[in-house]
Design a protein around this ligand. Sequence first.
Ligand SMILES: Cc1ncc(COP(=O)(O)O)c(C=O)c1O
Length: 454
Amino acid sequence: MEPFRIKAVEPIPFPTPDQRRTALANAGYNLFRVPARAITIDLLTDSGTNAMSAAQWSALLSGDESYAGATSFERFEAVVRHLTGYDEVIPVHQGRAAERILLGSLLRPGDISVSNTHFDTTRASVAATGATAIDLPVDTSTSTSFGGDIDLDALHALLDGQDGAHVRCVVLTVTNNAGGGQPVSMANVAGARALCNAFDVPLLLDASRFAENAYLITERDPDHAHYSPREVAHLTFSLADGCWASLKKDGVGNIGGMIALRDAELARRCRDQLIAVEGFPTYGGLAGRDLDALAQGLQEVTDPAYLRYRAQSTRWFGEQLLDAGLPVLLPTGCHAVYVDAAALLPHVPTHQLPATALANELYLAGAVRVSELGTLVFGRRDPGGGPDLPAPRELVRLALPRRVYTKSHLEYVVEVAAGVVAKAAEIPGYRIVEQADTLRHFSAVLAPALTPVA
Ligand SMILES: Cc1ncc(COP(=O)(O)O)c(C=O)c1O
């Protein structure tokens, strides 16, 4: 059960079927464009959607809003240093600002960043520097417990091959959000560390879900079963040279991010950029009160009782959806349940966006909002003007905001999903009408596919 009780509540909307159809059409069939007032259960993201604790709300009141040298920063810095062991702590307003600043300080045109999987915003930040992002996820058919691992053999081959000299950083995204929310094992972090030592390349963590990764290691790796999640997090950070994080996830905040590094010279370059785009280094685009709430959140998030509930409730939700007939990816991680839309909708071809089709149908059926992690997000536009190059998988993600929804909310989602499964064969595909050059899924305008689905 939830290891907390609820002190403040917020009503949720119940739009009618007609209102849902209108809202989706007005939004260009893109759930990012649907207003929150037309959503009943919002599983779009676990990012910034967390419910803060009473201790976090009270920490807000001790916020020091001094422009420079605020005590809120000192408290935040102390918590991050203690957690990560990195001396250089730089707050930013959210994860992508951290990526833009850190990768912008590290990468030059022609460089390579290699990762288990770059998240979409990370990939965009790599591309903005003129460098190339290469993903080397482990083959999940051979590794089910730690499906977030990087393929160490492929990493070795890359570092040792003709492109090796261009590799400027190795990035481990923990947990691997774009790769099904699966954890990265301690052995894999250690293996990547050894390769980075051998080839003199820095190892960085995208630590946005560091606590969930640490908990899943204690659950799935008998060698770490007796460690606390915080001890595992310490060990993970100790093997890397630095990290960035969106603190809208395991910071249990509504806004915030950070860069934390060992390398003082790299940190100096990051701070130079930070001042130009985010703000003075002791607030980095945040209010002092945000830093206090995040400092408290970063301490709460490794509570074993909270993490056990988080992992168990997500597993329960995944099992229920599976029983309802959705092809759920197993094992589930902590922050989301991922569904293979291509398996449910084999009649929708990739270029008609099966993951978008499933996501939109869940909205139409019950005002449940989820996100597509398929060709709309990860597909590549064909430079020759042909059909998009498809994403490796057509996933739909049902992300779970931290401490927000109860079991009965999730039971409602399961009922809605069962209804969608029952009419899966009739679900139409979509086509893209308008799109931006990067991160198109946030703003694209879509329409139901013109051609009847074969
Ligand atoms: C793994 C990962 N890295 C980076 C980001 C970007 O963080 P933000 O949304 O705070 O900019 C996200 C956001 O979802 C993420 O999941």
